[in-house]
Design a protein. Structure first.
Lengths: 269, 271
């Protein structure tokens, strides 16, 4: 039974990884087609680094992801602190509104923001309102719930007496936050920020509705490639991103593992 | 007390960029694209798209059920693994979610095409070419592939938290393996099942890329129609009406499901 479970799990992991393996193999292919492997080459990587269109688009994606996740983390952490001190009906209303962007299909979020921006554009008589700012606003909006929902549990877990003790010992509320509370909720802030960053970096659906021709992100450009044939150097980019994300994840896991070991040593149970 | 003020910027933000946009959708849905006057035409026109709505819901339900059936054992196996292996396996589930889903779907096209990788392979054994693409099966398979991690993640989180002594107690009290599962593990993992179902169903029912790439004109989904209202046909009012109906349908089904299962909304997302 246990063996069967293992074989099954391997099959599912293969199902999840085969398409990515296809793309990685394609990045070393001399031919342009995904289906046939004509020969090994590193040409695609050379093309990628000489490229003047793809890399700036990746830069745009990273810029939006960094800005939106940082802003969402600050706004979201403050919001979580505020919501944490709310009680009863107000709290549940605010929490329901927070989950709206998560429950709402992405296409509806995208459409609703696009309509809002166009509407505002008409009112302000601006022709091309869609661009960097609208993308940033949209990304912050869908990132906020991730931050709040990963900070909130940490606040609930935290011993409320810690903050009270800090206040009794003469800390101002601001000091109490930076000296005590933030250390307790930091893992939540951190995982919220990481999640926001990755969601933003790879977002296509919402971006597709609120981007403007002056500021395009990589996923949107890949979609627009539907009309033109895909350049093979994009597979090289995919492979590099895959390796980067894989190593970041492995690193984070190792750090977490070391952290947990240290904690176990500190508090032997 | 002053703490509450900290959430003020966020509340203003959400009002401006979540609630107001939804009001704008309602406004567009009930106004005419030509004159801007109040009309019910857009909503009434949706009746002609009923088959597409039903098709989208059908595909999404199929994909969600398959994800649940495929994903549950995986989540269970991961939760039973040694702590180090657990972390590694979980990471490998999350990794595909960080990679471009557009490119991964294109890779599926190359696998399933008539002259694709799978049919080429089968050709060596004298089989095929099989019609693997441009049909409903391919669209559902594409959804399962894309959203399976969203099912496994919440399932793993709840199964991992199940107190092992409960399982032992059930065994001591004479439950066999199947009974332990149906009476202890399964009921305790219900919150994970509910959030897994939501996390797969919502993106699946509203997708607009998968069906374009893996399907044909007879597998068009509501997401495709909405997209074309904004990007091709340019009738944002009709598109807004469709979005509104889609959203109401989804909120109703989530609401009904949560009522039945008594799910806790604080635990919808778990990292």
């Amino acid at each position: 039974m246990k063996k069967l479970g293992r074989v099954y799990t391997v099959v599912i992991y293969l199902f999840l990884y085969i398409p990515m393996i296809v793309l990685i193999v394609a990045s070393f292919n001399t031919g342009k087609d995904l289906t046939t492997f004509d020969g090994f080459t590193l040409q695609r990587y050379a093309e990628l680094f000489r490229d003047r269109t793809l890399l700036p688009l990746l830069g745009n994606s990273v810029l939006i992801a960094v800005l939106s996740s940082v802003i969402a983390t600050v706004l979201g952490t403050a919001a979580a602190l505020g919501i944490h001190s709310m009680r009863g009906r107000i709290r549940s209303v605010v929490m329901s509104v927070t989950t709206v962007p998560l429950m709402n299909p992405e296409i509806v979020t995208g459409v609703s923001l696009a309509l809002l921006f166009v509407f505002v554009g008409v009112v302000l008589k601006v022709n091309s309102i869609l661009g960097f700012v609208t993308l940033l606003i949209a990304h912050i909006t869908f990132n906020l719930p991730y931050v709040i929902l990963s900070v909130m549990p940490k606040l609930t877990q935290m011993d409320p007496h810690l903050r009270e003790a800090a206040l009794d010992l003469g800390c101002t509320p601001v000091q109490a936050f930076f000296k005590v509370v933030i250390h307790e909720i930091l893992p939540g802030i951190f995982s919220g920020a990481i999640m926001a960053f990755t969601m933003s970096l790879d977002d296509f659906v919402i971006s597709y509705f609120v981007y403007g021709p002056n500021f395009v992100t990589l996923p949107v450009e890949i979609y627009n490639y539907v009309k033109k044939p895909l350049q093979p150097k994009i597979y090289a980019l995919f492979t590099l991103l895959f390796l980067m994300i894989l190593s970041v994840m492995v690193l984070m896991n190792l750090m977490q593992m070391r952290d947990e070991k240290r904690r176990k040593l500190q508090r032997p149970e | 007390m002053r703490n509450k003020l900290l959430s003020a910027p966020y509340l203003v933000w959400m009002a401006m960029f979540t609630i107001v946009p939804l009001c704008v959708v309602v406004y567009f849905a009930f106004t005419s694209s030509a004159t801007g006057a109040f009309t019910l035409d857009n909503i009434l026109q949706i009746a002609t798209y009923t088959p597409i709505f039903l098709r989208s819901i059908g595909y999404a339900i199929a994909a969600t059920l398959i994800c649940l059936l495929l994903g549950y054992p995986v989540a269970y196996v991961i939760a039973q693994a040694r702590p180090g292996a657990q972390r590694f396996l979980y990471m490998l589930i999350m990794l595909p979610m960080c990679m471009s889903f557009l490119l991964r779907t294109l890779a599926w096209v190359s696998l399933l095409q008539d002259t694709g990788i799978i049919n080429n392979l089968l050709g060596h054994f004298g089989i095929g070419p099989l019609p693997l693409i441009r049909n409903a099966g391919a669209v559902v398979a594409g959804m399962v592939y894309n959203y399976l991690p969203y099912m496994i993640m919440p399932l793993y989180t709840v199964i991992m938290k199940i107190d092992h002594s409960l399982i032992e107690a059930a065994e001591d009290l004479g439950c066999n393996g199947r009974q332990v599962f149906s009476r202890v593990v399964f009921p305790l993992s219900l919150p994970g099942i509910i959030s897994g179902i939501t996390m797969v169903f919502v993106p699946a029912v509203s997708t607009f890329y998968i069906s374009q790439k893996l399907g044909s004109t007879s597998t068009t989904m509501i997401g495709d129609v909405i997209e074309s209202q904004f990007k091709a046909a340019y009738n944002p009012n009709l598109g807004a009406a469709m979005s509104l109906v889609l959203m109401v349908l989804i909120f109703l089904s989530i609401g009904i499901m949560n009522r039945f299962a008594g799910a806790d909304e604080d635990e919808v997302i778990t990292v």
